[in-house]
Design a protein around this ligand. Structure first.
Ligand SMILES: [Mg+2]
Length: 335
């Protein structure tokens, strides 16, 4: 991943508070369409009170015949996160405090891509030097022998107490996943993420049943109901909702309640600024994924200290733009 197409949201209230958020469109192909949709959907907010839950529900009702899964859910989540930021700013509180909690130090893991063994080892060494106590790498090489070699090389580069997670990014068939994940069972991995296609919950349930290592899903679950369904089908042992896909702050709270009720450990996927506030509220908080996808346009990016992250103590979620950077990236081709 060499670029991050982002749609930035600024929602301004009549009292002059500006709530901010962003969504990540994964591919530049849908960036302009998502920005246009965000702008069109947001027109309905004019004159409404600053009530994120009510607005979230009203927007969903507006699209009930079409359905919202996909771009509309992404845009509604972006609006919801910006409204959450605005509500907290209007109250003069960090989001976690607005929701009744206190900022907590969360254990973070440094998250890396898939660039071969040498890069994985360098990344692991860098994270260990920065005192991370957990890291995640991507695997899913052409052969299992390569997966194993990368895992063992990374493991050897880390202090023994450092947790290691791996992410297959949906690369395997169910039978191949059972074969490879079973063979990884004694490697001491903290979790194995998305070994098969994200929408194959029955397949993930077969993998989870066949291995000892926890299976981790959630970044592709749409709404709290998506998290509920994956847990109900025993497709995942853990949960890692993505704020954009789970429905913003409002959707996250529904998903977090489901995880709490089922005693399932919850981590985030992306959106570390707002996720840090929300994880601070959860008695089943697991890890914060430390991956600064928006750092290049943020005035105060989240900083991990000794591998731990505390949510911003400023009013809101801690998202303010580095305006000069935003201008530079806009000029470079985005809408
Ligand atoms: Mg993943």
């Amino acid at each position: 991943m060499s670029a991050a197409p982002l749609v930035l949201f600024d929602v301004e209230t009549s009292s002059g508070v500006v709530g901010r958020s962003y969504i990540f469109t994964y591919t530049p192909v849908v960036l302009v369409a998502a920005a246009r949709l965000a702008s069109d959907v947001s027109a309905a907010l004019a004159g409404k009170s600053l009530a994120p839950v009510a607005i979230n529900q009203a927007l969903r009702r507006q699209f009930v015949l079409l359905g919202t899964t996909g771009l509309l859910d992404m845009v509604i989540a972006g609006i919801d996160m910006a409204l959450g930021d605005a509500s907290a700013k209007a109250a003069g509180l960090p989001l976690v405090a607005l929701l009744g909690g206190e900022p907590r130090e969360l254990q973070a893991y440094a998250s890396f891509g898939m660039d071969g063994q040498d890069h994985a080892v360098l990344a692991a060494q860098g994270a260990a030097e920065r005192h991370f106590q957990a890291i995640k790498i991507k695997i899913g090489y052409p052969t299992f022998a390569e997966d194993l070699a990368v895992i063992r090389a990374v493991r050897a580069a880390l202090p023994t107490e450092c947790a290691l997670m791996v992410d297959y990014n949906q690369a395997l068939s169910v039978t191949e996943a059972i074969r490879r994940c079973h063979a990884l069972d004694d490697e001491g991995l903290a979790w194995i993420e998305e070994p098969v296609r994200c929408d194959d919950l029955a397949g993930h349930a077969r993998v989870a049943e066949a291995i000892k290592t926890p299976v981790q899903l959630g970044e592709n679950a749409w709404g709290p109901q998506g998290i509920q369904e994956m847990l109900q089908k025993r497709a995942s042992d853990l949960a890692m909702p993505d704020l954009m896909k789970v429905g913003g702050v409002t959707g996250w709270q529904g998903a977090a309640a489901i995880c709490e009720a089922q005693r399932v450990l919850i981590s985030n996927h992306f959106y570390q600024e707002t996720s840090a506030h929300l994880l601070s509220l959860s008695p089943v908080a697991h890890y914060l994924e430390y991956f600064g996808i928006a750092d290049a346009v943020l005035r105060d990016p989240v900083v991990a200290v000794n591998g731990r992250v505390k949510p911003s103590g400023a009013p809101g979620c801690g998202i303010e733009w580095n305006e000069a950077a935003v201008e530079r990236f806009q000029a470079s081709g985005a809408a």
